[in-house]
Design a protein around this ligand. Structure first.
Ligand code: G3H
Ligand code: 13P
Ligand code: ZN
Length: 305
């Protein structure tokens, strides 16, 4: 059986990306898995510290284990681990990879923490993702000029000194549903500089949801208020995957929007309904629909198992 490292190397060689999809409950994970099964795609299933605490470690790991038994091309990943302790815990729980996010620390502290996590995780052949530069936070509504873009020279030094397996970079993506207040662009010039200094090194984009107009409009039609929501244009992500070394694309917001759009619609249209299966099932199906589209048209990971 091939491991995550195999698929990262394959993605780098064949210019596709692994979708890294966050899950917080069973329906979300089932929706993601169904899309991967339908398209014969490998993928990463991510849990944040918040997701671990919401589900409980045992439920998070248990759900992932069931999925991996049914479809072994899914890899469990810790998203935005903030401390050595949480990364160690994920390694000990049997995760396939961990992210140590020291991006808000001073540079030398980020290096020291990331190196420590790498030294521990690598003893067990668990992969480590580091982050350099700052990807702006959830619903900050910051424009890209306020981002702390990744410094290409520091990126090279960071990779060499820490031993990370993959690197999350800041080139204009941001977390949440409000990614731009102005022009929707990504800094491909910075990406190219990084690739010159780190040839063939696997790179990661966080904050890469596309925030599709149809989901936003369903949510707003059925009582929501997220009218200024805007995501990363599909074409920019396609370019990052097809023409560059971006091999992991993180997606959470779009999954949240997909579920919420269906829950809102079913409940608004059926005020007497109170069976959760009646609204969670369409939510789960919508997640499968949007992830299938991403796999086929953004990640290009279909038929790569
Ligand atoms: O990048 C962050 C992910 O969207 C996870 O968000 O910490 O609210 O679970 P969360
Ligand atoms: P989005 O908010 O764009 O979905 O990004 C999610 C993410 O980066 C998870 O680590
Ligand atoms: Zn992220």
């Amino acid at each position: 059986m091939f491991n995550l490292k195999y698929y990262i190397d394959k993605a780098l060689k064949e210019h596709f990306a692994l979708g890294a999809m966050n899950f917080n409950n069973m329906e979300t994970l089932q929706g993601i898995m169904q899309a991967c099964v339908n398209t014969k795609s490998p993928a990463i299933i991510s849990v944040s510290e918040g997701a671990l605490s919401y589900m409980g470690e045992d439920f998070a790991v248990g759900l992932a284990k069931i999925c991996k038994e049914k479809y072994p091309y899914l890899f469990l990943h810790l998203d935005h681990g903030k401390s050595f302790e949480v990364c160690k815990k994920a390694v000990d729980l049997g995760f396939d990879s961990v992210m140590i996010d020291g991006s808000s620390l001073p540079y030398e502290e980020n290096i020291a923490l990331t190196k420590k996590v790498c030294e521990y995780a690598h003893k067990f052949d668990i992969l480590v993702e580091g982050e350099l530069g700052q990807i702006k936070g959830i619903e900050d509504n910051v424009s890209s000029v306020n981002q702390h873009y990744t410094d290409p020279y520091k990126a090279k030094e960071f990779v060499e000194r820490t031993g990370v397996d993959t690197l999350a970079i800041a080139i204009g993506t941001s977390h949440g549903a409000y990614k731009y207040s102005g022009e929707q662009t990504l800094r491909f010039d910075i990406l190219e500089e990084i690739e010159k200094l780190l040839p063939n090194f696997p790179l990661v984009l966080h904050g890469a949801s596309t925030v599709d107009e149809s989901l936003v409009s369903t949510i707003n039609t059925y009582g929501g208020d997220i009218s200024r929501a805007v995501g990363i244009p599909k074409e920019l992500l396609q370019k990052a995957v097809r023409e560059h070394n971006v091999i992991k694309i993180n997606t959470d917001t779009d999954i949240r929007l997909a579920m919420t759009s269906q829950v809102r619609q079913v409940l608004m249209q059926n005020p007497k309904e109170f069976d959760p299966r009646k609204y969670l099932k369409p939510g789960r199906e919508k997640i499968t629909e949007i992830i299938t589209d991403k796999i086929n048209n953004i990640f290009f990971s279909n038929n790569k198992i």
